[in-house]
Design a binder for this molecule. Sequence first.
Ligand SMILES: Nc1ncnc2c1ncn2[C@@H]1O[C@H](COP(=O)(O)OP(=O)(O)OP(=O)(O)O)[C@@H](O)[C@H]1O
Ligand SMILES: [Mg+2]
Length: 455
Amino acid sequence: MSGVVTLPTFGRRRAEEPGEPRAAAASPPPTAAPPEAIAELRAQCLARLEPAAVSALPPDRLRPEVERLLSDIATERRLQLNAREQRALAGELVADMLGLGPLETLLEDDAIADIMVNGPHRVFIERGGKVTLSDVRFRDSAHLTAICQRIAAAVGRRVDESSPMVDARLKDGSRVNIVLPPLALDGPCLSIRKFGKKSIDFARLIGYGALSEPVAQVLQIAARSRLNIVISGGTGSGKTTLMNAMSRLIDHGERIVTVEDAAELQLQQPHVVRLETRPPSLEGKGEVTQRDLVRNALRMRPDRIIIGEVRGAEAFDMLQAMNTGHDGSMSTIHANTARDALTRIENMVQMGNMGLPAAAIRTQIVGAVDLIVQVERQRDGGRRIIQVTEICGMEGDVVIMNDVFRLETTGERPDGRLAGHYVASRARPGFAERLAYFNLVEPWMAALAAASSAG
Ligand SMILES: Nc1ncnc2c1ncn2[C@@H]1O[C@H](COP(=O)(O)OP(=O)(O)OP(=O)(O)O)[C@@H](O)[C@H]1O
Ligand SMILES: [Mg+2]
């Protein structure tokens, strides 16, 4: 964490600075304390600190306490550390001890996917798709603000009244958003999407009940045969997770460029270029948008472009990429149905390219996107693929779509989980030629048939 003070190494000049103990000035001039001494001091100090007492002390009193303890131990054990070294060690220990304070236990719990802090006394968590209020509390707003600032500082950013909104990342890769008062009315707000430690592949998704074997097969064929795919869903519905799983099927010989606002993709291929946007500086300069990056990506000779989430003007460039030989490109989008996803893409393109007629945009979309995969976090907390839709073409100015799969919910099981099955289309897809090129028509049709008979 940012608050961790790394131990400086001391040269002779520093030891002679005013306020340093004179004993150290004798010749030969002192060098840095031996690492074993520091390690011993650290271990002794940690052993003697009472965890309950530590958590009860406010941070500003903890530090002098730790310093006093360190000095006692150093004297007792005749460890050669000067005052400055002891202070640095105290700072490190305090930062370690406080870490992210009350959040630490939640961060350690792998079953928790999201942590949502609404002011110091309301910390919500999401576990198994369900959101509940936890019993974690911060002492007060100042305590929470200090932790927010520590998180921001760790990625070289500042968060305070003058710049009250920050996106950051924890050391483990978890995605963090911070909003402070006065923008947040009820105290500092912190939203953490924890970084999944175990990567989720198709086998695991099937195990979770997110999709059936035939649906997985179809998605695998789609990824292998370089269809352009948009994964659509609500917030936290599992879009990024599914895209990660699908990206595992990309051939290792391909050059992939990823564009993200906050890097979350975990591609396994050897030839990946990862690009991440940059927010503007405090003076409002230096911003690099997703659109800039997608445009740049096109000049990097990519075989595929993967955009973490399209949310703005870059939608146009994404369509361009998909239409100009970067087949197999993928993105996620925030939308509630496959048809909504199309409307959102259309609106995003329009916002960035005023004056482009809707019909022209739709033609672009139809030419570019092959499949939309809709995911949903359902009322039982399960995240499932509810729709796999092919974009077939246009009739007049209406986009024609065909559901390859649709999840039909039939009821509830005794344990509260939803029960349902996939209804599959038997139609030969419009991109059958492409499947044929990869020799994958038969497996595709077989997966559809298997889904129907299983249902
Ligand atoms: N099928 C699944 N079963 C169980 N947990 C899942 C499933 N898919 C995703 N998750 C978990 O749900 C959380 C949210 O997933 P993910 O980040 O993929 O969602 P998202 O739709 O991309 O969210 P956002 O809208 O915030 O970008 C993660 O912790 C992830 O591990
Ligand atoms: Mg996501």
